[in-house]
Design a protein around this ligand. Structure first.
Ligand code: SF4
Length: 174
């Protein structure tokens, strides 16, 4: 069983705690994807025809990609790699990028799993972390994704944030 991880190194803004590789300047996004697609073609024999069961878009913030950009990458994989009949295709997404229109486009492209960076439902903590979304957006995007047909969803929550006591943590989990 083989899987493909694709790193999308762009973010809307820098969360204060983050140590991943990303840029908040998206000017070179199209060029990076062009090179990423070229690299997919160059490396097409690396797996020696092994079937891909999973594709994972991580970041950074892959939900910043437009449907056209995602389609470009997925079509390249489909053309040059052996894909299973029902691959698990995951996209890491932030709540501020998820709305009924974007979710139905993701679903139509074959994205069948979301890993949503919610981190907290508390607005004070989200501001403290410099997240680009509110607690309400975090809460709402989960049923919106389910309504769009994406049933396989995980969410990230961050614990041990300074000033986050156990009571607040319990409220967030509830
Ligand atoms: S959105 Fe994710 S990758 Fe980007 S800065 Fe925040 S935590 Fe890091």
């Amino acid at each position: 069983m083989a899987g493909l991880y694709i790193h999308i190194p762009f973010c809307r803004q820098a969360c204060y705690y983050c140590d991943f590789h990303f840029s908040t300047n998206q000017n070179n996004k199209t060029e990076l994807i062009r090179h990423l697609v070229d690299e997919l073609v160059i490396q097409k024999d690396y797996l020696e025809g092994e079937t891909l069961e999973t594709i994972y878009f991580g970041g950074g913030t892959p939900s910043l990609l437009s449907p056209k950009e995602l389609e470009w990458i997925l079509a390249t994989i489909d053309k040059h790699y052996s894909l299973s009949n029902n691959p698990e295709i995951t996209l890491e997404a932030n709540p501020d990028d998820l709305n009924p229109a974007s979710l139905s486009q993701l679903h139509a492209l074959g994205i069948n799993r979301l890993s949503i960076g919610i981190q907290s439902f508390d607005d004070t903590i989200l501001k403290y972390l410099n997240r680009a979304h509110t607690g309400t957006e975090g809460l709402n995007c989960i049923p919106l994704a389910q309504d769009a047909g994406i049933k396989n969803i995980s969410i990230d929550l961050i614990f041990a944030i300074p000033n986050q006591d156990n009571e607040l943590l319990k409220r967030i989990l509830k």
